[in-house]
Design a protein around this ligand. Structure first.
Ligand code: BGC
Ligand code: ZN
Length: 366
């Protein structure tokens, strides 16, 4: 069967690769779920993998099948699968466990090992193919009523983890009543984080460089957030105007902004860094001032990567609640559809060149 793959380490190697069709019996103990892939989303990680900045092939293979944001339909299940049946819509988590204690209890997103395994990214093949099989542990059901949001389940899981982690660590305060949140970046993660925080009743400011009118501004505004172009108002001026934020989710992909955000965090606040920055930029920071303010203000900086099953489930519930509160808004994130795997070059071109592409996805089957 057909798949889209790269040769990790070799820039611009994206190509079609013929691979064997899997079967439910590839997974032991009757726990296999065979999924027919319908759609796969791509993001900056896929672009960086094709630029050979990131990613590794599974041991023994030269190629890595890409694609980590999948949406599909169950085709067949093993004898011990009870909660899924052929015809169900599903997505799949991305990480696979290593050996640490965190891996063993289903929190592989928190592995304490240097090596991590991610389908479509690192050491495990991805989902941009006709069928894949996996253990039922990693397959998450998508409600029929959310099928129009298909490939957003994985990015939503990452945004859900970022917010959940922030609330989890803030239990250090015994009482935490966050009022103001800044979301840095209005890409897919920034917008989904905006949705989650609005659903929790926060006053949300979504900051991005470019001025409205533009689609991300329209989406953020429809969620009841305030969109701020940093060409008109810096994060510092905004903080002076509305107060320093209790929570910042940084998702710009720009490490300079990640550090700059430290300067405007409120007392007792938490700043979540979520950008995966593959290059090697250096920046100068006001180190004494930041250090002093973090100490005197009991402030917290938190890194958040990937997501486990729980984050997928919470994210899916928030997408459903989002449809009830802001009907028809979230699907606007799904901006660019590519027709079939044969058009993989067009898919990469959109990722590299199109500044208005919020979400590029490949329609693999109907
Ligand atoms: C994926 C995450 C992954 C991260 C780091 C992101 O693009 O969505 O699942 O953990 O890249 O590889
Ligand atoms: Zn991703």
């Amino acid at each position: 069967m057909k798949s889209v793959a790269v040769y990790p380490g070799q820039p611009n190697s994206v190509h079609l690769e013929e691979i064997a069709k899997p079967s439910v019996d590839d997974i032991p103990n009757g726990r296999g779920v065979l999924v027919k892939v319908l759609k796969v989303g791509v993001d900056a990680t896929d672009r960086e993998i094709n630029e050979a900045l990131y990613g590794n092939a599974p041991p023994g293979d030269k190629h890595l099948v890409i694609g980590h944001e999948c949406f599909g339909r169950v085709e067949a299940v093993g004898a011990n699968v009870r909660n899924l049946a052929p015809g169900d819509f599903v997505t799949a988590t991305v990480r696979r466990p290593g050996a640490s204690i965190y891996d063993q209890i289903g929190t592989y997103d928190m592995t304490s090992e240097e090596t991590y395994y991610e389908r479509g990214i690192n050491l495990r093949h991805g989902f941009m193919t006709e069928y894949f099989v996996d253990d039922l542990e990693y397959i998450v059901k998508v409600p029929t009523g959310l099928q129009h949001l298909h490939v957003l389940m994985e990015p939503m899981s990452c945004a859900a983890k970022a917010v959940m982690q922030a609330f989890e660590v803030q239990r250090r305060l015994r009482v935490w009543r966050p009022r103001v949140a800044f979301v840095m970046g209005a890409g897919q993660i920034g917008l989904l984080a905006t949705l989650i925080l609005r659903l929790r009743g926060l006053e949300v400011y979504t900051l991005a460089r470019r001025r409205a009118p533009r689609l991300p501004a329209e989406i953020a505004t429809s969620y009841g957030a305030t969109y701020v172009s940093t060409m008109d108002k810096s994060m510092h001026d905004l903080a002076k105007e509305v107060g320093k934020p209790d929570l910042i989710i940084e998702a710009t992909g720009n490490s300079t902004i990640a550090f700059e955000s430290m300067q405007i965090l409120g007392l007792n606040g938490v700043l979540v860094w979520h950008s995966v920055t593959g290059s090697s930029k250096q920046v100068e920071v006001p180190a004494d001032k930041l250090n002093l303010e973090f100490v005197l203000g009991n402030k917290l900086l938190l890194g958040s990567v990937n997501a486990n099953r729980e984050h997928f489930e919470v994210g899916i519930r928030d997408l459903a609640l989002g449809e009830a509160m802001y009907p028809g808004v979230t699907e606007k994130i799904l901006t660019h559809r590519v027709d079939g795997m044969d058009n993989f070059q067009e898919m990469m071109r959109l990722l590299v060149e199109d500044n208005d592409a919020l979400k590029v996805f490949v329609e693999i089957a109907k």
